[in-house]
Ligand binder design. Structure first.
Ligand SMILES: C[S@@+](CC[C@H](N)C(=O)[O-])C[C@H]1O[C@@H](n2cnc3c(N)ncnc32)[C@H](O)[C@@H]1O
Length: 221
């Protein structure tokens, strides 16, 4: 049996593991993500920095920005930023196997800036936080906590930049969990200035027309 989360999350499943996956979808903890990494069930991984994010990074003015990449996975966004000279960069993922894969690919990346842990437990202050298929990996019941934690982790005037699916994907038992622009407006507008929340033309082909580029600003004090 094949359970198609979407082309990018496709995972071949037996009837037994299908049931197990449904169960796990509602406890999307470190063990769940570690297992997906260990099984190579990482269909979300596009093997490169997402083009809309690359364009955004290319316009960033100063390399001194303090940046967090949560749910970093393989860390292509972090790698791109590092290669452009951004050094105050923290990579965070809950799955030890994801962190290990990143370490192997980026041996020069400082160990003190690699965090294996839960985003919701993380503390720090950042000028920029990068979102790429992390929001959609979290159970929808965590969305309000996600918005609050992003707010808490950003310095006044700080930015949350990323890509969010503009696709409800309602018939799926597990990640990616979809969403729509109006839901995101409702979720983020109480805390953030919405600078951009628009379809991007620069998505990779299979996600074209299904992604919004999002740029949110935490108000200055
Ligand atoms: C769908 S993948 C996205 C990876 C990467 N951002 C990308 O676009 O290729 C979601 C990632 O978030 C991590 N993750 C899930 N829940 C997390 C949490 N609560 N805290 C930190 N990382 C988490 C998973 O281990 C996984 O690597």
């Amino acid at each position: 049996m094949t359970c198609l989360f979407d082309n990018y999350f496709a995972i071949p499943l037996t009837a037994h593991t299908y049931c197990k996956t449904i169960e796990m979808a509602f406890s999307l903890d470190a063990a769940y993500w570690q297992e997906r990494w260990q099984q190579g069930a990482t269909g979300w991984d596009i093997g490169q920095v997402a083009p809309p994010l690359q364009q955004f990074f290319d316009q960033l003015p100063q390399s001194s920005l303090r940046i967090l990449v949560p749910g970093a996975g393989s860390g292509y966004e972090a790698q791109y930023l590092w290669d452009k000279g951004f050094r105050q960069l923290v990579v965070l993922d809950i799955a030890p196997a994801a962190i290990e894969a990143f370490r192997q690919r980026m041996p020069q990346f400082p160990e003190s800036q690699i965090v294996c842990g839960n985003f919701f437990d993380h503390r720090g202050e950042y000028d920029l936080i990068v979102e790429h298929t992390f929001f959609c990996a979290l159970h929808p019941s965590l969305r309000s906590a996600y918005a609050e934690q992003m707010f808490n982790l950003l310095a006044p005037g700080g930015l949350l930049a990323g890509l969010l699916f503009d696709d409800p994907m309602t018939d799926q038992p597990g990640p990616p969990f979809g969403g729509r622009r109006d839901e995101y407006l409702q979720l983020f507008s109480p805390r953030f200035q919405i600078l951009t929340l628009e379809r991007t033309e620069h998505s990779i082909a299979p996600r074209l027309g299904r992604e919004l580029f999002v740029l949110l600003k935490k108000p200055n004090r």
